[in-house]
Design a protein around this ligand. Sequence first.
Ligand code: HSE
Length: 397
Amino acid sequence: MSKFAVLGHGVVGSGVVELFYKNKNSILKKAGTDMDIKYILDLRDFPDSPYAEKFTKDFNDILNDDEVTVVAECMGGVEPAFTFVKSCLEKGKSVCTSNKELVAEKGDILLSIAKEKNCNFFFEASVGGAIPIIRPLHKCLAGNDITEVAGILNGTTNFILTKMYNDKMSFEDALKLAQELGYAEKDPTADVEGHDACRKICIISSLIFGKHVYPKNVFTKGISKVNLADVATADNMGYAVKLIASFKKLENGKILPAVMPMLIPFENIISKVDDVFNAVLVTGDGFDKAMFYGRGAGKLPTASAVMGDIIDAAKHKVNVFSQSWESASDDSFIECVESFTAKWYFRTAEKNISEYADGEITDANGETAFISKEMTFAQAKALEEKLSASAVIPVLA
Ligand code: HSE
């Protein structure tokens, strides 16, 4: 018998409870062991819940109950989640989390405690919602040198961009809808300004490179400055505009993670990923390319990934050491974004731009839009200044 607890009864936590009881019979078969939820931690009252007797407001009920061997943390934020998760792991209870902020800020510490206590700290739900990406990276694709990752890792911003451009909805209405659907963070600035996508690419980068990558060391630009007129011009030129989180292993041995809006050529299937869907394209030496696609946010999609972790934790009571990374004392292994290389979309009032262009030059409401030759971020910034450009956006190769 494996008893587990769910910390937080918000969007994801309530989804975990709902999914578990909906599919309990098949889950027990897959787990090969009897399982049940013993506690649900939340400071609010849920008197009408069919599981009202499982609610507690006291974390110590869970921590001190030896029958609870697995804990699902679905509270979000660093504190008190970090203190709770750390205490559980120190007691040898495995923890499964959907909390990307926690993993991106404290993953190295929590993974090391899990290893020492021979339990697990699982976080499949922290990246890409329902999409399996953490296990594929450290298990299925473990035989490869993974050199590149690029994708849409934030459902809210993809949803907003889709609604604004395809359905002509205002930013405010699209964001409100994303909040109602349970996609957005408590503070949606984290979505809009790219911080959520940054946390997710930090987790992926840490897992691939084996050293903790902190969000503060990753260049991050969100969608707040994306102009819909540029989205329309890009569309005419054969590109979609998406918020892309990327990771690259460079020849100098460093890595370059970054988050920024990018132009995606229509030939690239990432350009067709709309709404709340996420997509992650992974490149490695043996398999070449693999694409992961699915719902990137929302109650049951995210609960699906947490539930998978809970079942895995109930089944496997020894530490999965392939899913770990070391702490990093500095950021010297992270390349500066100035050397990020791409072709770039420019919009400028300057007409004399043919020497910089590589391909189509088009009218953009009286200004000129063009895709540049390949250049670094630093060179693109210099050209932006020279041309007094109103928009500069990289193109995903
Ligand atoms: N706010 C996040 C998103 C939730 O929109 O992707 C899933 O991590």
